[in-house]
Design a binder for this molecule. Structure first.
Ligand code: FES
Length: 574
């Protein structure tokens, strides 16, 4: 096949001992010689794993990508990378996001690949491999696994995560029997796919589509919808063209694309986890994206999508109502989309969505009649979070967005579990629950525990929300007036470490303020006495993580991974 010399030619087009070695071993499964004629070699980066239940259909999805690559005249080579399952992996999948990103980066760079299709679904499988690919910067398309069908329990829709929180609180409050609890488990997750609320997985699939690195429809087609397989097949065809045109990931992931994604996140009421992940991805590809960009670009955007955990519908409903293209069209018609941003199908984002239709205005509201007004992600500052903290107003209780009260402090998550059910715990609904040492270094891995369950004695009085403050993250399926990602975290010596029971804290979301009402001199005295907690493990990857992880406001990436090395391997093996 004549044409442009691709990166893979340095392996497969050689006519010497090394060319023999590169080709001969690949031929061992029946690959004919004509596949080494200089055609684009496409990697299919697969996060399939039975330990990642959300990604167990990915062998089928990869086969559809493979068909597409072959149809377009490319040569597909599938490879596995570390897969991060949100539900099984301890202590938290986030601890390993950077490790998986290194796996993806080195697998892509070190092998004879001209382009790559990334397959991700469960929360961390999306940012990890996209971060890795960004550091290599070859033509890349992302195909998400798609959400599960809606959960159905006794005549009601139940959503992944969201109803786990509410049902486990009902169980604790004695409103649900154990038998009902077990029955709901079977009813909630009844098909392939990832969480079907607008949790982190659905949010990240929406980020992929709004960044332009996924094909239109990527966010919402259910995992078991045939159109998901069609999308994978089309991605397989399209990546071959992207290689021929040399459209690299950095031409897609521009500052404008990130701003589109930030606005899309506000419009879908997306997960707070997207803040950390998008900053990390941007810093890999060389785009300067900060917490302030989130507040600035997202301000003035309304939540249009009525999905759990903020609303009542699920991703299947979102798909049938028109999916993300219908949302992006609303943004575009209201001056909130960089319309020229290039996407992987070769069209601008506006060309992709300008004719998108909405089929159900109760699921996807118009901008003129939004589901919730002026939401986005609010970035808080103050002596408690000099480098920032975030809150998701669409998931919070409006009456608590301006609140002053006394802190009830938990030194870590074990301390919280030990004391929260104690009927003698000195707490009332005006208290602010403060959790320390659950940030990147402290947990380690920044657990999704920021939405601490309320004490049973308060739940039993019918109160469902209190202000909660921590350096932790929150599941995208969770809700409440929850201040997250406090930077610097407690374990890194942030002011959060110095909060004591009874201290007054003032939260004012409208003023973007979070202030610990303790004098500077008293804080200085407490800091003198403060000792950093010992790392949970002193060896191996946990040690590497503890020593190199950056704070949440910088995407919690490793300091040595920021930026990219590009596609060139500095040393050859010959
Ligand atoms: Fe995998 Fe929710 S557990 S997406």
């Amino acid at each position: 096949m004549a044409g442009k010399k691709h990166r893979s030619a340095d392996w497969f087009s050689r006519q010497d001992i090394y060319g023999f070695i590169y080709r001969s071993w690949v031929k061992n499964r029946g690959v004919p010689q004509d596949q080494f004629d200089g055609r684009p070699v496409i990697g299919i980066c697969n996060t399939w794993s039975e330990l990642t239940p959300c990604n167990t259909h990915f062998r089928v999805l990869a086969d559809h990508v493979r068909h597409g690559v072959l149809e377009a005249g490319g040569f597909p080579l599938e490879f596995p990378v570390m897969s991060l399952g949100e539900t099984l992996l301890r202590p938290t999948a986030m601890l390993y996001r950077n490790l998986a990103s290194m796996d993806a980066e080195e697998s892509i760079r070190g092998n004879p690949l001209d382009g790559v299709v990334l397959l991700g679904g469960c929360d961390k499988t999306t940012p990890s491999i996209l971060m890795g690919a960004a550091s290599v910067d070859i033509p890349t398309i992302f195909v998400s696994g798609g959400p599960m069908l809606s959960g159905k329990y006794r005549g009601h829709d139940i959503g992944s995560g969201t109803n786990v929180w509410s049902m486990s609180e009902d169980l604790r409050a004695g409103k649900l029997t154990l038998e009902e609890f077990h029955e709901a488990e079977s009813c909630m997750h009844r098909s392939h796919g990832h969480c079907m609320t607008m949790g982190t997985a659905s949010t990240m699939a929406s980020m992929v589509e709004s960044l332009g690195v996924g094909m239109p429809g990527n966010a919402a087609y259910p995992a078991v919808d045939a159109r998901r397989n069609v999308l994978a097949r089309l991605a397989g065809r399209r990546i071959v063209e992207l290689v021929k045109q040399d459209v690299r990931l950095s031409q897609i992931l521009t500052k404008q694309a990130f701003e589109n994604a930030i606005r899309a996140n506000a419009a879908i009421g997306g997960s707070t986890n997207a803040v950390i992940h998008l900053i990390a991805i941007a810093r890999r590809i060389g785009v300067d994206l900060s917490l302030d960009d989130w507040d600035r670009a997202g301000s003035g955007v309304h939540t249009l999508v009525n999905l759990m955990p903020n609303g009542k519908y699920l991703m299947e409903d979102f798909c049938y109502a028109g999916g993300l293209p219908a949302v992006l069209r609303e943004l575009g018609e209201n001056g909130l989309l960089h319309k020229d941003a290039l996407t992987v199908n070769g069209q601008s984002i506006w060309e992709n969505v300008r004719n998108a239709e909405c089929w159900n205005r109760d699921v996807i509201h118009s901008f003129k009649s939004p589901f919730k007004e002026h939401t986005g992600i609010a970035v808080l500052r103050g002596n408690l979070c000099p480098d920032g903290a975030i809150i998701k107003p669409s998931a919070a209780t409006p009456a608590l967005m301006k609140h002053r009260g006394r802190a009830v402090v938990f030194a870590n998550i074990e301390d919280f579990h030990r004391r929260i059910d104690d009927p003698n715990l000195a707490i009332d609904e005006r208290s602010l629950m403060v959790l320390q040492n659950c940030g990147p270094k402290g947990y380690p891995g920044m657990a999704e525990v920021g939405n601490m369950p309320l004490p049973p004695k308060i739940l039993k009085r019918g109160i469902t929300d209190m202000v909660r403050i921590s350096d932790a993250r929150m599941s995208g399926t969770a809700y409440g007036t929850v201040v997250l990602h406090i930077s610097p975290e407690a374990a890194a010596g942030g002011t959060l470490a110095l909060v004591r029971d009874g201290d007054e804290i003032e939260l004012d979301v409208a003023q973007r303020k979070l202030q610990l009402m303790v004098s500077d001199s008293e804080l200085a005295a407490r800091r003198q006495r403060w000792q950093p907690p010992k790392p949970a493990l002193e060896r191996g990857y946990w040690r590497l993580y503890h020593d190199h992880v950056l704070q949440a406001d910088q995407g919690a990436d490793f300091d040595f991974l920021v930026g990219k090395s590009g596609p060139f391997v500095p040393r050859d093996n010959h």
